[in-house]
Ligand binder design. Structure first.
Ligand code: TRP
Length: 334
């Protein structure tokens, strides 16, 4: 039996993934590559919807690829590729732009949030059509499932709407994909502001644990995590967000239950908990960092892996695009 297709995408917008990315997306993607014919796309076209330094974008694209490979994406099983290496993404996005209503695109809450922060003059038209490019990323691969975070739910609904609309207007073309919302059990919060999710836009870099951080820096960040003053190690997200976050991080990586951690640390000080959390985190991310650095030391080989991923992606994407071009009435070049 052939495996069903799966597609997901990640932005190459930072030099390092953080612990939340690792536990939220990466671990799941590595698992899913066994059961699905997986396509994992590094979305550099999406990245330029906000200003990017070209050298930094190049660097971050390779660093993102290296970290995904280092963390267990197997280039034999899954196709890991760079979006701009597969021209069909931009080409299908154009066709989908032409069947999307202005109002429909204008209702995307991520765009509204982003423009509210930056002011509408700083937002590009590319940022406005970002979700339509995302729909193209997905629909080209006829995937049954698309694993994403909760924040992508609306973009997936738009994707399904556009696929349904295209199919009913032009005939069966696209599989209607299902969002697999990655569960929030491993929700990781900022070490300095434990009420907010860990995010690369953290106000204080000490709140953010990066996969590419030196192990000594990781230990330092965890040891200076914000806690509270009542001195009891107990999971209580509401009243003890800092301690709860440390327990949550430990549990997500070690697999030990929160209840067991609470029992084991009863009567212990916060320093003891922090020390063990630091060990657990470093134990998980140091091998990934080492392997990523190794991959980045041979750019030719890394680029070759990405080229192989792009070749597999192109094969599938070109087929879908050819069908779409034919259905909308473009004549074939001879
Ligand atoms: N918008 C997604 C994010 O910010 C990234 C993305 C782009 C994506 N294209 C995709 C995710 C296709 C899933 C499928 O996380």
């Amino acid at each position: 039996m052939t495996k069903p297709n799966l597609l997901s995408g990640m932005q190459p917008s930072a030099g390092s993934l953080h612990l939340g990315n690792y536990l939220g997306a990466l671990v799941n993607w590595a698992k899913m590559q066994d059961d699905y014919n997986a396509f994992y796309c590094i979305v550099d076209l999406h990245a330029i919807t906000v200003p990017q330094d070209p050298n930094e974008l190049r660097e971050n694209t390779r660093r993102t690829a290296a970290q995904y490979l280092a963390a267990g994406i197997d280039s034999e099983k899954a196709a890991l590729f760079v979006q701009s290496h597969v021209p069909a993404h931009a080409q299908l996005a154009w066709v989908l732009n032409c069947i999307t209503g202005m109002g429909e695109a204008g209702r995307m809450t991520q765009f509204k949030d982003k423009t509210q922060k930056g002011g509408s003059d700083s937002a590009s038209v590319g940022l406005f059509t970002y979700p339509i490019l995302q729909a193209a990323d997905i629909l080209l691969y006829q995937p049954k499932v698309v694993p994403v975070g909760e924040d992508q739910r609306q973009h997936l609904e738009l994707t399904r709407d556009l696929a349904t609309r295209f199919n009913s207007r032009f005939g069966q073309t696209f599989v209607i994909p299902e969002a697999v919302i990655l569960k929030e059990t491993a929700k990781i919060y900022d070490l300095q502001a434990p009420e907010s999710k860990m995010s690369k836009s953290a106000a204080d870099p000490k709140g953010l644990v990066n996969i590419m951080d030196e192990p000594s820096a990781v230990v330092k960040k965890i040891k200076s995590a914000v806690t509270d003053t009542d001195g009891v190690i107990r999971f209580d997200r509401e009243n003890k967000p800092g301690i709860s976050n440390l327990l949550g991080i430990h549990s997500a990586i070690s697999g030990e239950s929160i209840a067991s951690l609470e029992a084991r640390f009863e009567g212990a000080g916060y320093g003891a908990l922090k020390g063990e959390v630091a060990d657990v985190v470093v134990g998980a991310i140091e091998p990934i960092r080492d392997r990523a650095i190794e991959l980045l030391s041979d750019r030719t080989e890394l680029d070759r892996l990405l080229a192989a991923g792009a070749a597999r992606a192109n094969e599938v994407a070109e087929k879908t695009l050819a069908d779409v071009y034919d259905k909308v009435g473009f004549i074939k070049p001879i």
